[in-house]
Design a binder for this molecule. Structure first.
Ligand code: ADP
Length: 440
């Protein structure tokens, strides 16, 4: 193997030339002997090359190479060994791929590989049950043609796959599926799909329970509050010892009513994904009324409330829901800002969409509370709530309304220095009043 083929070749050539010269010496034709000798050598070399070419083209996987002499034999053997090694590596790789495919095929969750254009490349058996994919017909088809839910198309086309998407299964409306998308490699997508019907049903039961209880409590509470009001209207006829108790009962009664209303509003917001109306809302005038209400709420506390809003920026959505969300944020700023503090409301649009920011110089919130602030009944400090009469549901309502309007809430705050609540709306939700005028 490690023979010095360079030296051997030179030796062979020298032998050939010497042989030819000898024949030339005997025959007297030096030139012809040399030419014939070299010609024969060239012919033999070409024949070996042809044999190699023939073998490479037609040989069966395990067929040995043709026998060869000298350097040509060495070349045949080396190519054969290279091919065997390549086969062994490929065999090992195939075994690994088979194992991965077998294990993913056995998964209950669906695994789907998509190319950079979103066309189906490979999927496991669960994908056939959960998404109704058909092997092999659907291979190469765009995934958005097979999962036709409008929210999926929107989710697929966006760039941010941080959150999973929950939709009904295309094969069965009663099955809820959760989809996760991840990018990998050369902008290809990996999609994981889980059956979350059971969790969805439990969640639905919880929502229904809260909505039903709130609804059932509303009527008795209205009756109790009504009687309390009548009693307080005729307070002079009531035993004076009861007057304070009645006042407190009425206060707590109306607090409970606000709580039930908030719970019912939340239940309504959770029942559907998007608001039924999607008309352009004049945010500037909406904010103006909220600002006036906030001024009235602030009353004698003398807070300085300012509004800077671009009247040409309108928002597609439900005016009622937006009013609830925005007034919750502005009233919170009033509630949690000391007397004579400042509250600045701003509404503007740019390339990223439209933005509403409510900045106060109030008591602020410790950063450790910020991630949990929009949870229902989350209290930064329980003593604060009894003072302000809050239900603890305000920011949960804000979060849901914003989700339904393709927006997100950003909270930044420094304890003792104030807070800024900013709502960022996607450009798709924004219209300019000029555009409306031209359309009309
Ligand atoms: P609440 O009805 O108690 O105000 P929210 O859900 O509206 O409930 O707010 C949750 C908590 O977040 C409040 O209890 C309060 O501690 C805190 N918070 C909300 N807005 C502000 C603000 N502008 N400044 C300081 N703290 C705030």
């Amino acid at each position: 193997m490690n023979q010095n083929w360079h030296g051997t070749l030179i030796r062979h050539m020298l032998l050939l030339v010497t042989g030819c010269l000898l024949v030339g010496l005997i025959s007297g034709y030096y030139g012809w002997s040399l030419a014939i000798g070299l010609g024969l050598y060239l012919g033999w070399t070409l024949k070996q090359l042809l044999r190699l070419h023939e073998w490479l083209r037609q040989h069966k996987p395990d067929e040995a190479p043709p026998d060869g002499y000298g350097l040509w034999g060495e070349v045949f053997d080396s190519i054969y060994h290279l091919q065997r090694r390549d086969q062994r590596v490929r065999g090992r790789l195939q075994a690994v791929i088979d194992r991965v495919q077998e294990s993913t095929a056995a998964l209950k969750d669906a695994v789907i590989m998509l190319d950079s254009d979103g066309n189906l490349e490979w999927w496991n058996r669960a994908a056939e049950t959960l998404l109704g994919l058909k092997t092999p017909q659907d291979s190469g088809q765009p995934v958005t043609n097979l999962v036709r839910h409008p929210r999926f198309k929107e989710y697929f086309e966006q760039d941010n796959y941080e959150e999973a998407l929950e939709i009904p299964s295309p094969t069965n409306d009663r099955v809820r599926i959760q989809l996760y998308l991840t990018r990998y490699g050369n902008n290809e997508h990996l999609m994981l799909v889980r059956d979350v019907t059971r969790i969805h049903q439990l969640e639905q039961m919880r929502k229904d329970f809260v909505a039903n209880v709130s609804h059932e409590l509303r009527t008795p509470l209205t009756v109790i509050c009504g009687y309390l009001e009548t009693l307080l209207d005729n307070v002079e006829e009531v035993n004076p010892r009861w007057s304070r108790a009645l006042q407190q009962m009425q206060q707590q009664g109306s607090r409970m009513q606000t709580l039930l209303n908030d719970l019912l509003l939340l239940a309504k917001l959770e029942a559907t994904d998007y608001p039924s109306d999607n008309h352009p809302v004049a945010v500037q005038s909406l904010l103006q009324t909220i600002k006036n209400d906030a001024q009235a709420l602030s009353g004698e506390r003398g807070q300085h409330i300012t509004l800077e809003a671009d009247p040409s920026v309108l928002l597609k959505g439900s005016e009622g829901e937006l009013r609830s969300a925005f007034s919750n944020l502005v009233f919170n700023a009033v509630k949690y800002t000391q007397d004579k503090g400042t509250i600045r409301i701003r509404w503007w649009a740019d390339q990223q969409g439209a933005h509403l920011s409510i900045q106060d110089s109030g008591i602020g919130i410790d950063s450790k509370h910020l991630p949990r602030l929009t949870e229902r009944f989350y209290r930064v400090d329980s003593s604060r709530n009894s003072n302000t009469g809050g239900t603890g549901l305000g920011l949960a309502i804000v979060k849901h309304v914003l989700l339904r309007h393709r927006a997100r809430l950003e909270i930044s705050s420094v304890l003792g220095h104030g807070s800024t609540f900013t709502c960022h709306f996607a450009p798709t939700q924004v219209t300019r009043s000029l555009e409306i005028a031209t359309k009309e």
